[in-house]
Design a protein around this ligand. Structure first.
Ligand SMILES: O=C(O)CCC(=O)C(=O)O
Length: 290
């Protein structure tokens, strides 16, 4: 049993663990309000070099201080430490938002398929709910113990309703009965392994479904597909320097941070587009988010 009263052994049995309480509903609402204020201010075309959606979905930790603040939260890091150890890097923070009664889905996939990382054990995703995440709002579904598989073949669907960069979908039929619904209240979090098969259905509720996925690494892990990669040191030390370190942003969408965001996307796209159809432009049209 860990400090937070959770038995993390289940993580290594099932490939995920939930629910872990991080924020009270009031604190979660305050973060949601902060996010929605940013949305009101920056959603207009031309207010940022790329669409606001791009910055929310990809590497938001570089340009949105609240994304980093949540990723650096002590309770979140304590939970992550139980899985990957006391030295912790933040690799990326992504907002996964489904509007009420929208068609957005996330096809069943394994995260590690396109990340270019050399080790399966030294990473974990924390997914924190800022609104109710249940079957109606399109919560994540995990397949128990599926993390024991290697990376399985995936198809790129590039479907416009898929929130994933390439609409990547595992080439295995997953039965409804094998999906575990990861029901979370605002302020609760799940942790999942990068080989756990997961996805999520449509939001048929009247509220937005807002989740933040934070990808954490142990510094021992290496990027092997991109020429270099970057991360923020969140806790402990990094004796390996496989990732170039940078500091969290001080303000929202500063010119310096926007330039760095662009650089990071270019550097990482080598890993994220590996094996994709030749000539696919990840900054194209509504697939700009990559
Ligand atoms: O938010 C979702 O529905 C899916 C998120 C996801 O695939 C992930 O965090 O790895």
């Amino acid at each position: 049993m860990s400090k937070n009263g959770i038995s993390f052994e289940n993580y290594w049995k099932d490939g995920y663990i939930f629910p872990i309480e991080i924020f009270s509903e009031k604190e979660a609402l305050s973060y949601r309000n902060k996010l929605e204020k940013i949305e009101r201010e920056f959603e207009f075309e031309g207010s940022l070099p790329l669409s606001l959606n791009t910055y929310k979905r990809i590497n938001s930790q570089c340009v949105i201080p609240m994304a980093c603040e949540i990723a650096l939260n002590k309770k979140v890091l304590d939970a992550v430490e139980n899985v990957i150890g006391k030295n912790i890097l933040i690799w990326s923070v992504e907002f996964f938002i489904k509007e009420p009664k929208s068609k957005s889905i996330v096809s069943m996939h394994q995260d590690l398929t396109y990340w270019g990382l050399d080790n399966n054990e030294y990473q974990v995703t924390a997914w924190l709910a800022l609104s109710i995440s249940n079957k109606n709002s399109g919560c994540m579904d995990f397949v128990k113990e599926s993390f024991r598989n290697p990376i399985l073949p995936h198809n790129d669907t590039f479907s416009k309703d898929n929130l994933l960069s390439r609409g990547q979908e595992i080439k295995v039929d997953i039965l409804e009965k094998d999906k575990v619904h990861i029901i979370l209240k605002p302020g609760e979090m799940s942790l999942h392994h990068g080989l756990t098969i997961h996805g999520s259905g449509q939001n048929i509720s009247n509220d937005r479904r807002i989740g933040i996925a934070i990808r954490y690494l142990n510094p021992k892990i290496k990027q092997i597909h991109a020429d270099k990669d970057y991360a923020i040191l969140a806790r402990g030390e990094d004796k390996y320097n496989h990732f170039i370190k940078y500091e969290p942003p001080n303000s929202l969408f500063s010119k310096k941070d926007l330039d760095f965001h662009l650089h990071l996307r270019k550097v990482q796209s080598k890993a994220l587009t590996k094996g994709s159809r030749k000539g696919v432009n990840l900054y194209q049209g509504n697939r700009e988010i990559a």
